[in-house]
Design a binder for this molecule. Structure first.
Ligand code: ZN
Length: 383
């Protein structure tokens, strides 16, 4: 572990300066992917990265890579970053924190004239939110080989404009191939977007992985009949069956606490899916039939034990109260975990609120997460 620390004030100022680009009257940020405002944010990041001595490259999906050279530039880089795009009524921290924390790590290494063995690279992933071009995390997905490049570039917004057209218009259609690049490790710092760290009074979430998700369409079939004249034993009330299904979802989630969560139409973890299927079978006792069609499944993404350990060691060394946790939200790290050892660092956000203009975090927690990122990167990048 190195004795030096990041400059928390500089990181906070950079976050606040970036938040002015697309600032909303209610204190939030609207920097939707590949709009003119998003371009301003990207331009500012690139200016800062060049001022910090980084070489900047843009790939075919518009992902931005800012590279700090090392003592052995043939080695694969340690990559860190996140996204600059926001929801239409987003906050000042979601995504941008991971990008600017990475930049602050590079600025800190510069301050101390510290040479790493592996290059350190900060990445800005295009269109993480997916609020303009579905699906979310599409550019890190192309990078990881989850989607073909053509698929990524042909995503359209509600006006029929493609992601590729917007990259061309904004001058962000880069030449570097998207993906195929060897990486030594990937770390992503992010606000938790949930209430657990705050409630547990912990500063650092050592993220073990991203939870899987299952989405179902469920149909319950009863029989319509006269509400006043049909005797109770003869009724086939579909709504009653649906109520049993809703309760089964709730019971299945509670039985898998704390990591299992569920709501009607959205289920997680295999055992819970089985419990819901069994409940559907039992509807036969009520004289009902039903169908349950799985419409989407995203498997859980475990992070790499070495990277998780590096984050935990850093939090312990810096004496930050920390806890292991699972991410309920999707992040670019989901796809990066498919191509290199990856992990995430969470910091608390006020009242667990995110994707909202009132999203908030404290300067102390922001600095703490960045210091953990610095130590984790130093461990992987080597001296
Ligand atoms: Zn995010």
């Amino acid at each position: 572990m190195e004795a030096f620390r990041i400059n928390g004030e500089r990181l906070w100022q950079s976050l606040m300066e970036m938040a002015r680009i697309g600032a909303t009257p209610r204190g939030g940020v609207c920097r939707v992917a590949l709009t003119d405002v998003d371009r301003q944010g990207r331009d500012l990041f690139i200016r800062w990265a060049r001022e910090a001595g980084c070489e900047v490259e843009i790939d075919q999906m518009g992902n931005i890579f800012a590279r700090r050279p090392s003592t052995d530039n043939a080695l694969p880089p340690v990559l860190t970053g996140s996204h600059l795009d926001t929801q239409p009524t987003g906050g000042k921290f979601d995504g941008v924190y991971g990008v600017l924390a990475g930049l602050e790590v590079i600025r800190t290494l510069n301050d101390h004239h510290y040479a790493t063995r592996h290059p350190v690279e900060v990445v800005v992933w295009t269109n993480e939110e997916g609020s303009r071009f579905a699906p979310s995390m599409v550019a890190s997905g192309v990078f990881a080989g989850e989607f073909p490049l053509d698929y990524g570039l042909s995503r359209t917004d509600l006006n029929g404009v493609t992601l590729g057209q917007e990259l061309d218009r904004l001058g962000y259609a880069g030449l570097r191939a998207c993906g195929g690049q060897p990486l030594h490790a990937y770390f992503e710092a992010h606000i938790e977007q949930g209430p657990i760290l705050e409630a547990e009074r912990r500063v650092i979430g050592v993220v073990q992985g991203l939870q899987g998700q299952r989405w179902f369409d469920c149909t319950v079939q009863g029989m319509e009949s006269h509400a006043g004249t049909t005797p109770m034993p003869r009724r086939r009330d579909a709504l009653l069956g649906a109520m049993h299904m809703v309760q089964a979802v709730q019971a299945a989630a509670l039985a898998q606490a704390p990591y299992g969560v569920g709501t009607v139409g959205q289920l997680l973890v295999q055992a819970m899916a089985e419990a819901v299927r069994a409940a559907l079978d039992r509807l036969g006792d009520l004289g009902l039939t039903g169908t349950l069609q799985e419409i989407w499944y995203a498997p859980p993404t475990p992070f790499h034990p070495d990277c998780i350990a590096a984050v935990r060691r850093a939090a312990e060394h810096l004496q930050f109260p920390h806890m292991d946790m699972i991410s309920g939200a999707g992040h670019d790290a989901k796809y990066l975990a498919q191509v290199c050892p990856s992990a995430m660092i969470f910091i608390p956000c006020k009242d667990g609120i995110s994707h909202n203009e009132i999203e908030d975090a404290t300067p102390e927690d922001v600095a703490a997460g960045c210091n953990v990122l610095l130590q984790a990167i130093l461990e992987k990048a080597g001296a």
